[in-house]
Design a protein around this ligand. Structure first.
Ligand SMILES: [Zn+2]
Length: 323
């Protein structure tokens, strides 16, 4: 038997009227609107290793970071993704806490107080899972840009992680610790050299420069992914047959750079190398069916890349309530 919408509405109205004859329930106090998000944490397992995505926040960036030539296509893609190209576009920033072999390893530190109030939420989110800076054994950087390394020091240059070992990719450390390279980076990134000096002083005696292909510790292996910065590196988290590729800044806006891997962003130190690396890493992730985690992918930032004749596609991982 089928009912027309009109019949259904009529029945519905009758049902709505019916409770009037029932004694009214005592009114519960209304929950005031929270006005803020819950803690931004999400866990996944890689074999025996637990990985938690921890948000540092989001920052809005103008579409112009992809250059004027790409503006029309960028706006078209943003509209297709229900985003406005007229206002700055929110860019997520994620860090990943890896609990492996009895050690807590933090991949990137977020921006600290360097980039305003929409960022710098890593410590609060870590605190929500009971983790303070003192509990972190090792901090590992993908690269030295402030959105990733800004959480290392406070404004006075003091170390915010009092006891950790700090692992920096070897080529990245060599580049930013040498102020002679200052003219090789875009204008907006030049403050990175003064900050690197602060980091070197604050973490003196506990910095390990890590070459590509080496282990941070068993289960976390670095891999060169140069271009975005001279020593930008990505990390394979592996346990048994399970793998996760934490691929740093391979992508800043998935809606744009997954269909257009050839689009550099204005913060790229070597845009051509960054594009070549993005294609190589995308190809590897797609061919090996690797789960990836991106520092700028929408929180929590896990997903898979698929490649077909139309190009690359990103499939964000579904939220799993159980590990
Ligand atoms: Zn970044």
């Amino acid at each position: 038997m089928t009912h027309s919408r009109r019949e259904w509405l009529a029945t519905g109205t009758a049902a709505l009227l019916a409770p009037a004859i029932i004694a009214p329930l005592p009114t519960a106090a209304a929950l005031p609107p929270a006005g803020r998000q819950v803690a931004s944490l999400y866990r996944t397992k890689v074999g025996d290793i637990e990985v938690t995505a921890v948000s540092d926040g989001t920052i809005a960036l103008p579409v112009a970071v992809f250059g004027d030539a790409n503006l029309a296509e960028a706006r078209r893609l943003l509209a297709e993704n229900f985003l406005s190209g007229d206002a700055p576009v929110p860019c997520a920033l994620n860090c990943f806490l890896v609990n492996a072999g009895g050690k807590l390893v933090l991949l990137d530190t977020g921006s600290g107080d360097a980039l305003g109030p929409t960022m710098g939420h890593l410590p609060a989110n870590l605190a929500a899972m009971g983790v303070t800076a003192e509990k972190i054994d090792t901090v590992v950087l993908t690269h030295m840009h402030r959105d990733h390394a800004g959480g290392l020091c406070d404004k006075a240059g003091r170390a915010l992680f009092p006891s950790c070992e700090l692992v920096i990719p070897e080529v990245e450390a060599a580049f930013w610790f040498d102020e002679g390279n200052i003219n090789r980076v875009p204008q907006g990134s030049r403050g990175g050299f003064a900050y690197a000096k602060q980091v070197a002083a604050a973490y003196q005696g506990r910095i390990r420069r890590l070459a590509g292909g080496r282990d941070v510790l068993p289960g976390i292996t670095s891999q060169d992914a140069f271009g975005h910065t001279p020593g930008h590196s990505i990390y394979r988290v592996h346990s048994g047959n399970a793998q996760l590729l934490v691929f740093g800044d391979m992508v800043h806006f998935p809606a744009l750079q997954v269909p257009h891997p050839e689009w550099g962003i204005s913060f790229d130190v070597d845009p051509q190398a960054a594009v070549a690396t993005r294609r190589r890493v995308f190809d590897m992730a797609a061919a090996d069916r690797l789960m990836v985690a991106g520092m700028h992918m929408d929180f929590p930032g896990f997903g898979h890349l698929r490649k077909d004749s139309a190009g690359y596609h990103l499939l964000p991982a579904p939220w799993r309530p159980a590990l």
